[in-house]
Design a protein around this ligand. Structure first.
Ligand code: THU
Length: 140
């Protein structure tokens, strides 16, 4: 882990706390995320579901979108926590959104504090990126 223990504990506590705000009446599965920016700020997110299930939003994306909408785009650490047997595994959509901005490390964990540290490349190998779009746009 690149993140020091003190910083990790702070992010862990914040991610765990925000699980209490999870709006997940359908899945009953609470997820928390805490995102540390390079400027030293922490943005949290939890999952927010909808009766139209497909409109539900994951914790990770909410944390990232909150940060980006506040003008932050450089990220150091993302901690994601769920009440899972093993460290939680982010969904494919979140992996794509995480890779859009990048983050030095993603720390996946659970309530037992099992930890899996991953890079964006490990989470989403050979992912689609905006680089492909630049080539396409020159034809338009
Ligand atoms: N969920 C997240 O918030 N993050 C993940 O990494 C996995 C899944 C949410 C979406 C939905 O509200 C619930 O967990 C069950 O899929």
């Amino acid at each position: 882990m690149k993140t020091n223990q003190k910083k990790f504990e702070e992010l862990y506590i914040k991610a765990k706390e925000v699980m209490n705000n999870s709006y997940s009446p359908y899945s009953k599965f609470k997820v928390g995320a805490a995102l540390l920016t390079k400027s030293g700020k922490i943005y949290t997110g939890t999952n927010v579901e909808n009766s139209s299930y497909g409109l539900s939003m994951c914790a990770e994306r909410i944390a990232i979108f909150k940060a980006v909408s506040e003008g932050e785009k450089d990220f150091e650490t993302l901690v994601v926590i769920g009440d899972t047997e093993n460290p939680i595994s982010p969904c494919g959509a979140c992996r794509q959104v995480i890779s859009e901005f990048g983050v030095d490390e993603v720390i996946l964990t659970n309530l037992k504090e099992d930890i899996k540290v991953m890079t964006v490349e490990e989470l989403l190998p050979y992912g689609f990126s905006g680089d492909e779009l630049d080539v396409k746009n020159t034809d338009n």
